[in-house]
Design a protein. Structure first.
Length: 118
């Protein structure tokens, strides 16, 4: 018998999804701030009466907004596969996940309340 106590196993989330989630959050913040900066900047410049300046402001910042949005979209796509679950916690392999099962469940709930789905 050993005198050393067993250490409880700690379960840490894999580093990959945490990094992807961080990058997703960062890219969303970048594209939202870039979009806000474009709109506010154009409003201020247009209030000053310089339409050419407003177009130049937009053309300067639009790559950051579109780039951030593109990266966020791709990372969101990757995260759906990495996490493997929908918001309701059901895996795609679960019988309850399939839309027909969800519709049947909703119809059963409505029938038990005495209402119809129409």
């Amino acid at each position: 018998m050993s005198s050393t106590p067993n250490q409880p196993a700690t379960h840490h989330a894999p580093i990959g999804p945490r990094i992807i989630t961080f990058l997703f959050t960062l890219s969303v913040v970048v594209f939202l701030l870039a979009g806000l900066t474009i709109v506010v900047g154009q409003a201020v410049i247009l209030a000053g009466g310089d339409a050419t300046g407003a177009r130049g402001w937009q053309q300067t910042l639009v790559p950051f907004a579109f780039g951030g949005a593109s990266v966020a979209g791709l990372l969101a796509f990757v995260l759906t596969y990495w996490h493997g679950e929908d918001e309701d916690g059901l895996n795609e392999d679960d019988e309850e996940y399939h839309p027909s099962a969800l519709i049947d469940t909703a119809a059963e709930g409505a029938a038990s309340k005495g209402t119809t789905g129409s």
